[in-house]
Design a protein around this ligand. Structure first.
Ligand code: SF4
Ligand code: SF4
Length: 449
């Protein structure tokens, strides 16, 4: 596998090796070695959990700077619905869009409108797909990556339609290219992102070929600039065209409400998502048709790159959703506008989702089995306290690291103490021994009497 891009990074000089982050990482991707956290690139999902956890601000997310707008002849902002939630319960989306243009974007295209299209595609996919059992939304890239890394058996259960971000990028560029008569390559589409996982998705998709979204700028980077312009922007404002259902995608449950699919399960918070995915992997919950799973608590409003408390963000978005409207014939309008049914395949998710076998013990099956047996043996010799002092998240992870040659048993402070005690006893016994020349020893004195 080539070099993986990750938005989430360690700022080494700020890391104090406290081991706090290793316990919360959902894919056990972090170890502390030589006093510093280390992230395993294959296992990391860019969920941002460690950014939230680190009190020393040693974890950060790489995003695109606003200066990247200059790389394009025409720059379009694609604001996530979660952006609206950052500016209070009474925010007018039109003024947020106007503020983005005032900041330097040439145009805006609401990702909430892209969400309306994703909703349509999801409903259509489920209608066409006769496969039994739960189908999982692929809208949250941290969840998709988690499935690739930890639950590859569930990849076929992901709904392969484009995310609101990707739908928005495609439609925005296509429309502008037609209107302005310039090629799409000269138009830059920038997602205003609530989370690092979406930054990674955009970067990886572009590394694998051209993608409709060219960059991802964090909500926290535009927040101050938008906030100070909101009282000043003057009409005419850009006209928002997303429905209330599309805007609602920014919080947990929004997808399910928008799609109106019966027998749905909604789960948020990465550790809760893992619990549900474990059950799905075991074949449980088989009577559910649709699973909306979001890595962040509260959904995108709780992303690691937002500014506001997720619960307040959610309340604000709920207030906006209540004020907006969803026309009863929304899907029909989309169908007429975009002829989406004809373009269904064009809106299939890209890049292709494949398993990332980051938890595989060995490529060779028999070696993997013997390593698994060795791990059981090693884990039984460890104290089972899961204290994390060794720099691995728990005793089993240390056992795995030992068997993989990435750690030694004395990295465990209790094993180290046992070894020191044995050594101390040996030293003590040795210290009690004196050279024969200095002590009375009957056995040796006899011949020289
Ligand atoms: S939480 Fe992790 S990254 Fe932050 S200081 Fe502790 S070990 Fe370092
Ligand atoms: S971003 Fe998430 S998966 Fe990656 S190291 Fe941090 S907590 Fe672990």
């Amino acid at each position: 596998m080539g070099q993986l891009f990750h938005s989430v990074l360690l700022i080494e000089e700020k890391c104090r090796g406290c081991t706090r982050c290793i316990k919360n990482c959902p894919t056990e991707a972090i170890r502390v070695r030589a006093g510093k956290a280390r992230i395993n690139a294959e296992r990391c999902t860019d969920c941002g959990e460690c950014i939230r956890t680190c009190d020393n601000y040693a974890k950060t997310a790489i995003t695109d700077p606003l200066s990247r707008l200059k790389d394009y002849e025409y720059a379009i902002a694609l604001p996530a619905p979660a952006l609206y939630s950052q500016f209070g319960p009474d925010v007018d989306p039109a003024t947020v869009l106007a503020a983005l243009i005032d900041m330097g974007f040439d145009d805006v295209f609401e990702v909430a409108y892209g969400a309306d299209i994703s909703t349509f595609l999801t409903v259509e996919y489920l209608r066409r797909n006769k496969r039994k059992g739960p189908m999982i939304s692929a809208a949250c890239p941290a969840v998709v990556r988690l499935i690739q890394v930890r639950f590859p058996a569930l990849i076929d259960s992901l709904i392969p339609v484009d995310s609101p971000m990707a739908c928005s990028g495609k439609l925005a560029k296509e429309a502008k290219s037609r209107e302005l008569g310039i090629c799409e390559g000269k138009i830059g589409a920038f997602f205003i992102t609530p989370c690092p996982a979406k930054v990674t998705w955009v970067r990886e998709a572009n590394n694998l070929g051209s993608f409709a979204v060219d960059g991802a700028i964090s909500i926290s980077d535009v927040y101050g600039e938008v906030a100070k312009r909101l009282p000043e922007v003057i009409p005419p404002y850009p006209k928002p065209k997303a429905s209330s259902a599309g805007a609602g995608w920014g919080r947990t449950g929004g997808e399910r409400i928008a799609a109106g699919i019966g027998k749905s399960l909604v789960v948020d918070g990465i550790h809760n998502v893992i619990d549900v995915l474990e059950q799905l992997e075991m074949g449980k919950l088989s009577d559910i048709r649709f699973v909306e799973a979001q890595a962040c608590t509260g959904g995108c409003v709780g992303g690691a790159l937002t500014v506001l408390n997720p619960f307040i963000g959610r309340m604000n978005l709920e207030a906006l959703v209540a004020r907006l409207e969803t026309p009863p014939n929304l899907f029909e309008e989309l169908d007429i506008d975009l002829n989406l049914l004809r373009r269904f395949d064009e809106f299939a998710i890209k890049p292709q989702i494949v398993a990332v076998p980051a938890f595989r013990l060995d490529q060779d099956v028999s070696r993997a089995i013997s390593k698994a047996e060795m791990i059981e043996k090693v884990v039984n010799e460890l104290p089972g306290l899961d204290c994390g002092s060794c720099g691995s998240p728990h005793c089993r992870a240390l056992a795995e690291d030992i068997v993989q040659g990435l750690a030694v048993d004395t990295d465990c402070v209790f094993k180290l103490r046992e070894e020191i005690e044995i050594l101390a006893e040996q030293l003590f016994e040795m210290a009690k021994k004196s050279p024969p020349a200095l002590k009375d020893n009957d056995a040796f004195s006899k011949p020289w009497e």
